[in-house]
Ligand binder design. Structure first.
Ligand code: GDP
Length: 299
């Protein structure tokens, strides 16, 4: 199962619906509605969205003896209605090339892995790629990106640990332009502990990019870890402020039951959701399919 993490949520919803449907004729009783709402909140859809879905279920007239599948369908429809408008694949539009994608997010969110997966996905669409190891603070991040770059066969511009990130990004854009690559994907630091420093660094990287090309960066993608649940919302707020986030990727939806926060995020921020991570291998980045996620949550 793609979104294995939602199994617990949907099982809990199943249990509640099973009793609900037997007990009711035309509408679900209050207790079943409460239970469903709780299960939705437990998967981090957020109280507002959960309450709305409850309301929708409460106002739906079901035929007597209708199966739980019908109840699920109403739920999935409502969730999909929120998600559909924000499902937007990344588009490589910059002309002249390169299209520059800045990837931001807190350490451990899956940023490095997502960069590799994204590079691979774009390679499969016949774009030529270059990577830049702009997280110059962590030696491990540089090494890990190098390993991925070698594995998928894309050039990487990197410096020593502690090198100036903005300077490295300048070099990377120059190299990418000279090599005529389509897409330059730039890793960035994710030390949220030191917000002021992070803010200064990202601002400087943005300034340097803007000096080379006023349209750059063309995308600023925030990587979020599904297992962080509601924390994702404050991360979006912070990175929107410090980096001008233009779109989201959520990782680890294969393992976490808390990815419902994407629904809350869609409702609160309306930022495009470009893709989702569903595993640790290079092929595990998928275009975001709202119906699929809505059905995984509803069971
Ligand atoms: P970074 O510190 O943000 O660069 O995070 P990494 O890319 O190093 O990822 C941290 C851990 O999360 C690694 O063990 C990755 O393999 C793992 N990871 C990343 N994305 C996913 C995903 O979509 N699903 C799963 N199960 N693990 C992931």
């Amino acid at each position: 199962r793609l979104f294995g993490g939602f199994k617990k949520t949907s099982e809990r919803i199943t249990e509640n619906l099973a009793t609900a449907v037997v007990a009711t004729s035309a509408t679900l009783d209050a207790q079943s509605l409460d239970e469903v709402e709780e299960a939705l909140i437990a998967s981090d859809l957020g109280p507002a969205t959960a309450a709305r879905i409850r309301e929708r279920l409460a106002n739906t007239k079901f035929e007597r003896g209708v199966g739980e599948a019908e109840v699920r369908r109403v739920m999935a429809d409502e969730i999909e209605r929120v998600l559909a408008p924000v499902a937007e694949p990344l588009e490589i539009t910059a002309f002249p090339r390169p299209h520059i994608i800045l990837v931001v997010g807190v350490n451990g969110s899956g940023k490095t892995t997502t960069i590799a997966k994204l590079a691979h996905l774009l390679q499969e669409q016949d774009y030529s790629i270059m990577l830049a190891a702009g997280d110059t603070f962590r030696a491990a991040a540089i090494g890990q990106l190098k390993t991925w770059a070698d594995r998928i066969g894309v050039p990487l511009i990197s410096g020593n640990q502690g090198a100036d990130a903005a300077g490295l990004v300048w070099d990377a854009v120059k190299a990418a332009t000279e090599a005529g690559v389509d897409v330059l994907i730039v890793d960035t630091a994710g030390r949220l502990q030191n917000r002021r420093e992070l803010m200064d660094e990202l601002a400087k990287v943005r300034r340097v990019l803007g000096r080379i090309n006023p349209e750059a960066p063309h995308d600023v993608v925030l990587v979020l870890d599904a297992s962080n649940g509601q924390n994702a919302l404050s991360q979006i707020e912070i990175f929107r402020e410090v980096a001008g986030v233009t779109g989201l990727v959520m990782t680890k939806l294969d393992g976490s039951a808390r990815g419902g926060v994407l629904v809350a995020a869609a409702e609160k921020f309306g930022l495009p959701i470009h893709a989702v991570g569903v595993g640790e291998t290079i092929d595990d980045l998928r275009p975001f399919d709202p119906r699929e996620l809505a059905e995984a949550i509803s069971g």
